[in-house]
Design a protein around this ligand. Structure first.
Ligand SMILES: Nc1nc2c(ncn2[C@@H]2O[C@H](COP(=O)(O)OP(=O)(O)OP(=O)(O)O)[C@@H](O)[C@H]2O)c(=O)[nH]1
Ligand SMILES: [Mg+2]
Length: 443
């Protein structure tokens, strides 16, 4: 996979002779392979290392201590070097070439139309193109230096290009923005296992509704919680990326814990779309418990009492007791007006019914490099704290109702920290669901 492992990073830092850290500032498959974007993201950042993955499996790149700029200038860097982490089909670390062994200095080209350029090696040049997931980069080399056959098998067609800044410290603060609770993960898990809705209302399982945009991670959140209790990573609910919602049915999922079920259900829904507003009738039917399990959403017509399976007289057990807005942490800055309106409409309907709401903020690993590298930095990450502030203002819920999580997505094994934040969020929602039940029963 085109990604740096921890030992790759250690190797690079050893070659650079530093004890500092690598912070990713550019990634072609996310940002696009373009000199313009590269300069916007990487200019004036001091020392950086560029890494390319070509279609022959070579992993190679260059280091410079000089700023990238868009000034049409060149600067000689005696500390710069070109390296091959892995040669074609190789699995062991290969080589680095320093300027002394090149017989010439490495010149750093600060050209606006060129990506990272290390004299002999120009990583890419505008215009680039992309076919079948491969970037045609216009990458090139100048003769008289290390021949490209040596470091990349003459192949400048990339699967990925990344640039990392060398930073003194990763962007975490000393004081957490949210206090870490002291309980062990196993204790939080036990609390959820032992949870029973408050007595008196004949509610066997409390119901949590998950709503949010296409691709926000609703189904993945259920899969994550399900995985925690199954003891291995599961993917019962289909998750992935698609133009329209991958989830097309209303699913009220149970979670098996050994031979029993947890006393809660997670209700998965079709993703909200910018162009297809969700029907308030559908939301009402879900909140009030009229919608049957496995109901197929119809984007062109809402559910009616005549729809087969419509639950005409729902009990307290069928109703929603907590509503979770599942929001992709990387999309908060660009949340669309139409989506925001849909959230507000759902919020209004939930408020009218006294249903508490939370925000499950997903993909926190994609918000912050520090969190990606170590999820335990979650409550220490400045970037995550900013997104939490922003989303709480945008939706109009207190910050304490914003629950950041990282869902299982590419993992094949469980991870205690992933479990921990998922469980914390679920525990919080169960408390809110109980508040809702108290309220309903008091009436
Ligand atoms: N990195 C990262 N990826 C995530 C996370 N949560 C979900 N994803 C990925 O995001 C994509 C969409 O996730 P889904 O769970 O299918 O999203 P959804 O909200 O159910 O989307 P629809 O059913 O299409 O409306 C998948 O490829 C997931 O692997 C997360 O916390 N971190
Ligand atoms: Mg889904």
């Amino acid at each position: 996979m085109a990604t740096l492992t921890e030992s790759d990073k250690t190797q690079l830092l050893t070659w650079i002779k530093t004890t500092k850290h690598l912070k990713r500032i550019y990634k072609a498959t996310i940002d696009g392979l373009s000199a313009d974007v590269f300069h916007k993201k990487c200019d004036n950042k001091g020392a950086t290392v560029t890494i390319c993955w070509n279609t022959d499996g070579c992993v190679f790149g260059g280091y410079t201590a000089i700023d990238w700029k868009s000034t049409n200038t060149t600067v000689q860097d005696t500390s710069a070097f070109i390296f091959t982490l892995y040669g074609k089909n190789k699995t062991t670390y290969t080589n680095k070439w320093v300027q002394s062994s090149l017989g010439s200095q490495i010149k750093i080209y600060q050209y606006p139309k060129q990506g990272p350029s290390f004299g002999t090696f120009v990583c890419f040049k505008d215009p680039t193109s992309k076919t079948n997931g491969v970037f045609q980069s216009n990458g090139a080399y100048n003769s008289g230096y290390v021949p490209p056959a040596t470091y990349c098998n003459n192949n400048f067609n990339y699967k990925e290009v990344e640039v990392y800044q060398i930073v003194d410290e990763l962007d975490v603060v000393d004081e957490p923005w949210r206090q870490e609770i002291q309980e062990k993960t196993a204790t939080i898990k036990k609390t959820v296992e032992d949870y029973k809705p408050i007595q008196g209302g004949d509610v066997d399982q409390c119901r949590i509704l998950m709503v949010g945009c296409v691709g926000a991670g609703k189904s993945s959140y259920f899969n994550t919680i399900n995985s925690v209790f199954r003891g291995h990573v599961t993917s019962q609910a289909a998750a992935g990326s698609a133009e329209h919602s991958l989830t097309t049915k209303f699913r009220s999922y149970q979670i098996r814990n050994g031979s029993k079920y947890l006393k809660l259900r997670l209700c998965d829904t079709r993703g909200l779309e910018e162009s297809q507003g969700v029907d308030p009738e559908d939301i009402t039917a879900m909140l009030d418990g009229h919608m049957p399990n496995k109901y197929s959403f119809n984007p062109f017509a809402a559910i009616t009492p005549e729809t087969p399976g419509y639950i005409k007289t729902p009990s307290l057990n069928d109703k929603i007791h907590c509503s979770a807005f599942i929001i992709d942490g990387t999309s908060v800055d660009v949340m669309n007006e139409s989506i925001l309106k849909q959230f507000k409409m759902i919020q209004k309907l939930a408020n009218q019914r006294g249903i508490p709401q939370v925000i499950i903020l997903t993909k926190v690993d994609e918000i912050s490099q520090e969190v990606k590298e170590n999820l335990s930095n979650l409550f220490y990450s400045r970037e995550v704290a900013e997104v939490v502030d922003k989303v709480s203002q945008l939706i109009g819920l207190p910050r304490g109702h914003v629950l950041p999580v990282k869902n299982y997505e590419k993992e094949t094994e469980l991870n205690e920290t992933v479990d921990r934040y998922a469980l914390l969020s679920l525990q919080q929602m169960l408390r809110f669901a109980d508040d809702c039940l108290y309220d309903l029963l008091d009436d």
